[in-house]
Design a protein around this ligand. Structure first.
Ligand code: CA
Length: 225
């Protein structure tokens, strides 16, 4: 059974999410502020964390950042009341895997969770445990990325994106395909989020001297070659 940590200070919402998740067969624990949420996140093993953005003590963005700083790769879904592209992208940049905007239908949250767990299963069941391209190496089981043997730190989302590219060398991938494969659903996120993440990834994996490993295909998308 999967264990989910809910960090949410709105008691009624937290209770509602908890009841629905329990009904779906998930184990849940609720914490109501950022500081104790972070403590639970770091001290126990979770299959996923639902993290509210606006929290007392420590905000959700900061909680997320600190979880990632501690090298925890737990999937995190950010719950946000704000609805602008900038907030979404900076939420994802702090290391969240997905976000959901309040008010949301519980079915949507359940779908996001299922999609998250499906992606993890897909990565876990991949027979290939290491992908290589030029001087890049991706160890799928440990989620470690190396360039010339040195470890590169990627967020979960950047890692997923790199895995898709490295599993499709020389194949042009459209923004829609990348959105679907990496984010797991095709509505609610603008395709320019893909451009933002490709840029983050290039900054981390490219040499300054050579051409980018990920080429832009004008009007279409991207290809790794
Ligand atoms: Ca809140």
């Amino acid at each position: 059974m999967q264990n989910i940590l809910i960090i949410e200070d709105e008691k009624n919402l937290a209770r509602f999410i908890e009841l629905e998740l329990n009904h779906e067969g998930y184990n849940t624990t609720v914490t109501a502020d950022g500081r104790s949420g972070l403590e639970s996140a770091l001290s126990q093993n979770w299959d996923a964390i639902l993290l509210d953005l606006m929290l007392p003590e420590l905000n959700g963005m900061e909680v997320c950042r600190r979880i990632r700083q501690a090298n925890k790769t737990i999937p995190i879904i950010m719950i946000t009341a704000r609805d602008s592209v900038l907030d979404r992208v900076s939420g994802l940049d702090s290391g969240a895997d997905d976000y959901i905007v309040k008010p949301f239908a519980i079915e949507e949250l359940l779908a996001r969770l299922r999609s998250l767990f499906r992606r993890i299963d897909a990565i876990n069941s991949n027979e290939l445990t290491t992908l290589t391209f030029k001087d890049l190496e991706v160890e799928l089981e440990s989620c470690i990325v190396k360039k010339q043997g040195k470890i590169i730190g990627l967020t979960k989302r950047e890692f997923d994106l790199l895995v898709i590219f490295m599993s499709n060398i020389n194949i042009v991938l459209t923004r829609e395909v990348l959105l679907n494969k990496v984010w797991g659903y095709s509505t609610g996120v603008e395709t320019n989020v893909v451009d933002v993440y490709v840029r983050y990834l290039r900054n981390k994996i490219d040499d300054q001297v050579n051409e980018s490993y990920i080429r832009t295909v004008r009007g279409t998308g991207y290809v790794m070659r």
